[in-house]
Ligand binder design. Structure first.
Ligand SMILES: Nc1ncnc2c1ncn2[C@@H]1O[C@H](COP(=O)(O)OP(=O)(O)OP(=O)(O)O)[C@@H](O)[C@H]1O
Length: 316
């Protein structure tokens, strides 16, 4: 029996989409006379702190529900994992611009109130894979992916572009990503990369796109690895070598059209429980669409799980 909803809201996510979703949900909760409290994020990192504090209260008859984009959900998961009760479940109403996590877990319900009703009716939470990356001064869970190079650079340009807000307002977040993608094609250099997995070491002289991913999607719906599955207790790693001109366009077309880019000679991918990545020159990084800035990353990736109040058929 749920007698209260603790809402973690990032009202800036999705250019107002989260704020609107929260309004309709609180109207619905008022209507059914269910108690709730809205915990607003005011700055970066707030969703970590709020989720941790709520989990530490071990509220047995409340459900915590996040309303925001993938970045806000990422923070809430990290807050739960760093609490004294890391098995605390999280509900989620997507309100971002990309919403890759919900696409990746094949969440069918789009209407926030119907989703809230489904969350309320759930008696048992579902387990879904999340990634976990560690390095020197780095220890984070991620729900979608961590990318080094091309896609991270695209996130960087998208976040710093004046057109993002305009395109988001027009509900064209993916287009915003796409136009910046063209800019990055010109600017992203090739870089050296070392990958270690199982007993193997693999070196790339000219890595270009490097994505460790929990499910197929990045950038608001691009299926970088259509074979990735957020329920199989594995992470996938995709490395694309530097390609230019027509080769790039053709490969990108295959990615959009049928996912056959994975078979191209310039693309390498694995599916495994654990691997390490080291890039030899400083590159931009991204985690669930948030900038990690430029680093020579040395990260070990593991698979982990998080409990969610989300009505999905499959479970990890
Ligand atoms: N009150 C706030 N003001 C400004 N930024 C905030 C606030 N609260 C959280 N943030 C920042 O918002 C970012 C998270 O945005 P989020 O990813 O949830 O939305 P989005 O980018 O619109 O969605 P998506 O990632 O799904 O495209 C984080 O960087 C977080 O620190």
């Amino acid at each position: 029996m749920t007698d209260k909803i603790e809402i973690i809201l990032n009202q800036h996510a999705g250019n107002g989409r989260s704020k609107n979703a929260c309004r309709t949900i609180t109207e619905f909760l008022d209507k059914i006379s269910l108690e709730y409290e809205v915990h607003l994020t005011k700055k970066d990192g707030d969703a970590i702190r709020i989720a941790r504090q709520l989990a530490d209260l071990k509220l047995l008859t409340s459900k915590i529900v996040v309303i925001g984009g993938d970045g806000t959900l990422n923070q809430a998961v990290n807050g739960i994992k760093s609490s004294h009760f890391p098995d605390t479940a999280l509900g989620y109403i997507p309100g971002g611009s990309g919403n890759d996590f919900c696409r990746g877990i094949k969440l069918k319900i789009k209407d926030p109130v119907i989703l809230m009703q489904a969350i309320l009716s759930m008696e048992q939470p579902r387990k879904i894979d999340v990634g976990y990356a560690t390095g020197e001064n780095f220890s984070h869970y991620f729900i979608n992916n961590i990318g080094i190079g091309f896609d991270a650079n695209t996130v960087y340009y998208t976040n710093h572009s004046k057109r993002k807000e305009f395109l988001n307002q027009m509900h064209l977040g993916t287009l915003s990503y796409f136009t910046n993608l063209l800019k990055v094609i010109k600017r992203q250099p090739a870089f050296g990369l070392k990958v270690t997995f199982k007993e193997h070491k693999k070196y790339f002289d000219s890595a270009y796109i490097v994505v460790a991913t929990n499910h197929p999607y990045f950038g608001g719906g691009f299926a970088i690895d259509p074979t990735a599955d957020p329920f199989n207790h594995h992470l996938n790693l995709v490395v694309v070598n530097k390609i230019t001109g027509l080769t790039f366009v053709k490969l990108f077309g295959r990615l959009l059209f049928n996912g056959s880019h994975l078979q191209d000679k310039n693309v390498w991918h694995i599916e495994t429980k654990k691997f390490t990545l080291m890039n030899q020159t400083k590159q931009q990084g991204q985690m669930d669409g948030e900038e990690l800035n430029q680093h020579k990353f040395a990260l070990t990736f593991h698979i982990s799980q998080q409990l969610f109040w989300l009505p999905i058929k499959k479970e990890a």
